[in-house]
Design a protein around this ligand. Structure first.
Ligand SMILES: C[S@@+](CC[C@H](N)C(=O)[O-])C[C@H]1O[C@@H](n2cnc3c(N)ncnc32)[C@H](O)[C@@H]1O
Length: 444
């Protein structure tokens, strides 16, 4: 018997649309015939597309009929599957321009209508020195990689266009060694930091390590010449060192620090230098000997040590191991370190007003409570390092309302082919100094 035909499914509708702009995550946005805006991932401004839908809500791209000049062949063979570098079809120069526009848009939305010339920087491929990957058992295989697009599956990173070669080369060795761990039942996570002392590894498993596992991990540290491997069982707060074969250190300029496992570092060595230089360049030209810089969200000292070469610095950090690292390395410098949760206990306005400059580099969510206090204290200069344009809108709006003007902006694209962007913004209170506005300058 032949199956009756299902005539209930509607025929797909088709439309031809033109992409007008990119949304925050880089999806192309186009208007349908009825004026509705649709998000079309994988498309670029100016492109003409044939799109189709069966329910008038979800539209898919059938064909890019007029591709943009800025469309390129994605360099990574895993591009279609891996959820990591979703914008690889965009020429790097277009990507940097778009990220710069996002920062400009954020500052304009915050109220700063007159923007200074923006210096831009972009890291090259194969430079990422800090990765956070998922581990999965798949039969006899072990997968280490990033989540697939729109799914919880993990794509094995057999290659990668962003990772530093030293991390990429370690992955086959890690797969081989972690596969044999009895404590790894189905899943785990691994963070790898490429420090000056070598690979620093922090990983988790869903089971307890056996003594045989610990022997295997000691051998793994030797094979990778990794000075340290730390481990925790999922759900546990604390990690432990399971292999240590040498000292762990990382240098910020002349200063050597011993970062805790999984420590925050800027994504690449080059972008770290650009961010440091941008912060130093945003300092006022003249400072008195007694002037103090207050630094909030200091981490292990990426900015603290360069700043301390200029002035006395009071640095605040909320993660105790990072604050301890910073403190341990601060000897002999004009640097005092305080461990403080700035969400619970922000520095009060009256204390901030004593600082000649406040430098802050908050996490992704921004610094809402701390900004209120900055607006109360009104220190003369504020240097804000942003990793999230949405948070920048809110935080910079507080400065605008408090009477600050924007004096410098540098954009650093350190997460190539993603929508992430860093910006270093200098603000001055009550400045009547006219800023030089003009076209952006490419500084990379
Ligand atoms: C974007 S990182 C910047 C670190 C450092 N400036 C650097 O460039 O390496 C943000 C830092 O803020 C710290 N942090 C996050 N939440 C905090 C809080 N509530 N109070 C104080 N510090 C916090 C994190 O531990 C992290 O070190």
């Amino acid at each position: 018997m032949t199956k009756p035909e299902n005539n209930t499914r509607p025929a797909p509708q088709e439309q031809v649309v033109t992409v007008a702009y990119l949304a925050a995550q880089g999806d192309g946005c186009a208007k349908l015939a009825d004026g509705t805006v649709v998000h079309l991932p994988g498309t670029l401004p100016g492109e003409t597309l044939r799109i189709a839908s069966t329910d008038a809500k979800k539209w898919r791209v059938e064909a890019v009929t007029t591709p943009s000049d800025e469309r390129v062949t994605p360099p990574c063979p895993l591009f279609e599957r891996c959820g990591g570098c979703t914008l690889q079809y965009m020429a790097p120069s277009a990507l940097l321009r778009w990220k710069t526009e996002r920062v400009q848009h954020a500052l304009t939305k915050a109220g700063f209508t007159q923007l200074p010339a923006i210096q831009q920087h972009q890291v090259p491929p194969h430079s990422r020195r800090r990765v956070d990957l998922a581990i999965r058992r798949n039969g006899k295989e072990l997968i280490i990689g990033l989540h697939a697009r729109n799914s919880g599956d993990v794509v094995d990173l057999t290659t990668c266009t962003i990772m530093h070669p030293k991390i990429l080369e370690a992955l086959p060795v890690l797969r081989q060694a972690l596969r044999s761990l009895e404590g790894l039942r189905q899943a785990g996570e691994i963070k790898i930091n490429l420090l000056d002392s070598g690979l620093d590894i922090l990983f988790s498993t869903d089971g307890a390590l056996t003594s045989a596992d610990r022997t295997r991990l000691a051998a793994l540290a030797s094979t990778l010449m990794a000075p340290r491997i730390n481990w925790y069982q999922r759900g546990s707060e604390a990690y432990e060192t399971v292999a240590q074969r040498g000292s762990v250190f990382h240098k910020f300029g002349e200063v050597s620090v011993a970062p805790p496992a999984g420590a925050f570092l800027q994504a690449t060595q080059q972008s770290e230098a650009w961010i440091q230089q941008a912060v130093l360049a945003a300092l006022p030209a003249k400072m008195a000997k007694r002037d103090v810089i207050m630094e909030l969200y200091a981490g292990c000292g990426t900015l603290s040590f360069p700043l301390a070469t200029r002035q006395r610095v009071l640095a605040y950090e909320g993660y105790p191991p990072a604050a301890a690292t910073l403190k341990a390395a601060s000897g002999g410098m004009r640097l005092e370190v305080f461990c403080r949760d700035l969400n619970r206990q922000p520095i009060m306005g009256k204390d901030l007003s004593d600082a000649a400059v406040v430098v802050l580099d908050p996490p992704h969510a921004g610094a809402k409570l701390q900004m209120k206090q900055l607006a109360n204290g009104k220190p003369k200069h504020v240097i804000y390092v942003s990793c999230n344009p949405a948070a920048l809108v809110a935080d910079a709006a507080v400065l605008h309302a408090a009477g600050y003007s924007l004096t410098s902006v540098q954009v650093v694209d350190q997460f190539l082919w993603s929508a992430e962007v860093e910006a270093v913004c200098g603000f001055t209170h009550g400045s009547s100094r006219r800023i030089r506005s003009g076209p952006s300058r490419l500084g990379c």
